[in-house]
Each structure stands twice: as structure tokens, then as C-alpha cells.
Design a binder for this molecule. Structure first.
Ligand code: PLP
Length: 421
């Protein structure tokens, strides 16, 4: 870090300020986490310099001996951790992993059945502003209005009516478990491939806190960040018979040189995730999310789908008469970082939204437990109800920010030394 401070003080200041931001507030974004110093060390390594187009043993560049070792370790660890026949650790992101799954299993224009974005699906599940909606024929399934859980009858009806080439399950904002066996049965009946996009919950699978999609899916795509607590990046798992198609769909179809430093960091994270402590963490992530959801309910914020089985909760704020957008801004003033989120059948436009999404991975990594979750939910309640344009509201937000600062001091995210060494 000393070298960076000398070479580029402006960027050094940004990095320092970001450590400070992460350490002095509550990070409740469901897709974020705090990576270990070991993961950060691999990310900051000279493997970043290396070109290694191709796969281990079949590269288009010389000098790939160490790159090959790193990638083989990442692949073997991913296969072992998730009991998968094949793993590709090269996708640069979850989006890149999904693009490769489309490329491996479908042709442009094919019908693809996936969850609608306003009901919790991801952009890559058929949104019109994304490749998936522009180049394919998206068909969307939703959650039931009464239970706010996936409407499996609708999924089956749509699958039989449209005969999609591929069905995707897995979501960005869905708090309940997904019935992979039911999706498998529907895919078989309709003659479709089943892709599980496990980006959000693969860390919970690694820790045994939720069931694995691997035995049910043709292809599982995921990210290595989020609950899994690795570097930002993607991964794909599949059965051996699809291995070649998946590998070709990543390179050379949709990517060039892999990011070898990120692949090394993925290997580190996968090793960390195979340790017993990770199981404890993953189970605590779910307990904490449940405690957060219950705490928000006590503050008048209705948990969507009645609660959570995973690392995230969605809360409907209409009972408090505050929009998701205002809630996000008010929480920000109290040093609580979370996202506004559409709720199913949301009457508001997405930029305003009627809900918030909260996630427990980061605070769990910090060592917080259910007691702290109750305190956090109460702080969110105060923040959401405090209008910063009134004197009383502004002072309540300032008090909440002080309480947040005191709480996170007890559970430091990073010792500054270890991150900036
Ligand atoms: N799939 C799902 C379900 C996601 O929630 C996300 C990101 O949040 C992605 C894919 C994409 O991951 P990335 O942001 O790495 O492209």
C-alpha cells in the first residue's frame, strides 16, 4: 500500500475511504460480503499479469505452468465441494456464466422460461434490456399473489404451452427455498434443459445450509462472491456430458483470457468454504436473516413470502407509508447500507419500489448473531420512520448513525492493517 500511496495518492485515498466506509457502517446488501485477507492477497497478486487463453494443459500462451496449477486447484475444489462432475471457473461474473449457459444450451430466438425480474428474477433471466431478452424469446413465471412463493403450476403450464429450450430457476430477490426436484420434473415433461442460477445462495449450499441444486440441474451457474465469500466472479458446474459445450461457450465463444488472479482467489475461497467453520457461518447466515425478517416484521415492515429460508429478506414498507427509495436514502443517513427492492405485484415503479431487501452475509462474517439482528432491525425501523427534512427526524437519524458506529466497532469488518498491508 505504501507503493500505491506514493504512485497514486488519489486512488490510495479512495481505497482508504472505502475501507473506512465498510468498517464504519452496516453492510446489509444481500449480494455483498467481506472477503478474507487470503482472498484479497490472491487478487492483488502477479497472476493478474498472466495471459492464459485456453484451459490447463491446452493454453494458447507460453509460461502457463503456475496458471495451470491455480486453475486445476480451483476446478478440483469446486468439483469436490459441490459434488459436481465438471466445473468451469473462468467466467468473469455471474452474468458471463449465464451467457455461457445460454450459448451452450440454446440458439438465438429460442424460448427460455425464467422468473420475471419484478418477481425476483435476474436481468439475465429475460429482461428486455439484457442479451437474454433481446436475443432470446423470454417467457416469465411469477410468484403466487397469496403466498408470494413460486407458482409451480404456472411454471408447468407455461413450460407445456411454450416448450422452452431451457428453464431457469434461481433468483436475485427470492427469500424461500426453491423446489429443484419439481423444476426438474417440469423440465423433463417439457423436454427442456434445467439451469439453476445459484448466484445468490451457492455459499449456503457450500455450507450445507440449503439443499444443493447440483443433482437436479443440467447446469448450475453461480458467482464466487456473495454468500460464498470469494472474489467477484462466476463459475459453472455441470454433468460430464455437457462439459465440452460449457467450456467452449466460455472460451472461445464469450470470453478471451481468463483472469488468473481471480481464479487463484476463487481457489482460496473454495478451500475456505470447505472448512468446518464455513458450515457454522452458513447456518448462522440463515438464522440471522430469519431474525432480521422477524425484527423488521415487529417494526411494521411485512416480510414478503412470510419470512426467509436463506440469506435475504424482502420487506414490504407500505404499512409504514414509506417508499423503498426513501427508506434506502434514510438508512444511508444512519450508516445502514441496503437496497430498495420491488415487491411482487408492486404498484410502484422500480425506481421507487415498495420494499427493501436486506441480507445477512456481511454482518454474519463480522461475527454478529441474532441479538445484533434484532438491534439492527430496530435501527432500520427508526431510520425508515425518520424524515430527514424535519428537525426531529434528522436528529433521530444522527442518533441511529451513532448507535450503528458503536455496534460495528464491536465487530470490526477488517483490521485496517491486514487489508492494507
Ligand atoms: N444471477 C443472479 C441470480 C444474480 O443475483 C446475479 C447478481 O446479483 C447475477 C446472476 C449476476 O452476477 P454478476 O453481477 O457477477 O454479473
Amino acid at each position: 500500500f505504501a507503493a500505491l500511496e506514493t504512485a497514486d495518492p488519489e486512488i490510495a485515498r479512495v481505497l482508504l475511504a472505502e475501507v473506512e466506509r465498510q468498517r464504519t457502517g452496516l453492510q446489509l446488501i444481500a449480494s455483498e460480503n467481506f472477503t478474507s485477507p487470503a482472498v484479497l492477497a490472491a487478487l492483488g497478486s502477479t497472476l493478474a499479469d498472466k495471459y492464459a487463453e485456453g484451459y490447463p494443459g491446452e493454453r494458447y500462451y507460453g509460461g502457463c505452468l503456475e496458471a495451470d496449477k491455480a486453475e486445476r486447484l480451483a476446478v478440483e475444489r469446486a468439483k469436490e465441494l459441490f459434488s459436481a462432475e465438471h466445473a468451469n471457473v473462468q467466467p468473469h461474473s455471474g452474468t458471463a456464466a449465464n451467457l455461457a449457459a445460454y450459448a451452450a444450451l440454446t440458439e438465438p430466438g429460442d424460448p427460455v422460461l425464467a422468473m420475471e425480474l419484478p418477481h425476483g428474477g435476474h436481468l439475465t433471466h429475460g429482461s428486455r434490456v439484457n442479451f437474454s431478452g433481446k436475443w432470446f424469446h423470454p417467457i416469465g413465471y411469477r410468484v403466487r399473489p397469496d403466498t408470494e412463493e413460486i407458482d409451480y403450476d404456472e411454471v408447468r403450464d407455461l413450460a407445456l404451452a411454450h416448450r422452452p429450450k431451457m428453464i431457469i430457476c434461481g433468483a436475485t430477490a427470492y427469500p424461500r427455498l426453491i423446489d429443484f426436484a419439481r423444476f426438474r420434473a417440469i423440465a423433463d415433461e417439457a423436454g427442456a434443459y434445467l439451469v439453476v442460477d445459484a448466484a445468490h445462495f451457492m455459499g449456503l449450499v457450500a455450507g450445507g445450509a440449503v439443499p444443493s441444486p447440483v443433482p437436479h440441474a443440467d447446469v448450475v451457474t453461480c458467482t464466487s462472491h456473495k454468500v460464498l465469500r470469494g472474489p467477484r466472479g462466476g463459475m459453472i458446474l455441470c454433468r460430464a456430458e455437457l462439459a465440452q459445450r460449457i467450456d467452449k461457450a466460455v472460451f472461445p465463444f464469450s470470453q478471451g483470457g481468463p483472469m488468473m488472479h481471480v481464479i487463484a482467489a476463487k481457489a482460496v475461497a473454495l478451500r475456505e468454504a470447505s472448512r468446518p467453520g464455513f458450515r457454522t457461518y452458513a447456518h448462522q447466515v440463515v438464522k440471522n436473516a430469519r431474525a432480521l425478517a422477524a425484527g423488521l416484521a415487529a417494526e411494521g415492515m411485512r416480510p414478503v413470502a412470510g419470512g426467509t429460508d436463506t440469506h435475504l429478506a424482502l420487506a414490504d414498507l407500505r404499512g409504514l407509508g414509506v417508499s423503498g427509495r426513501d427508506a434506502e436514502a434514510r438508512c444511508d443517513l444512519a450508516r445502514i447500507t441496503l437496497t430498495k427492492n420491488a415487491i411482487p405485484y408492486d404498484p410502484e415503479r422500480p425506481a421507487v419500489a415498495s420494499g427493501i431487501r436486506v441480507g445477512s452475509p456481511s454482518v454474519t462474517t463480522q461475527g454478529m448473531r441474532e441479538g445484533e439482528m434484532r438491534q439492527i432491525a430496530a435501527l432500520i425501523g427508526v431510520a425508515v420512520r425518520s424524515n430527514p427534512d424535519t428537525a426531529g427526524g434528522a436528529s433521530r437519524l444522527a442518533d441511529a448513525a451513532d448507535e450503528v458506529a458503536a455496534l460495528v466497532r464491536r465487530f470490526p469488518a477488517y483490521g485496517r492493517q491486514e487489508v492494507l498491508a
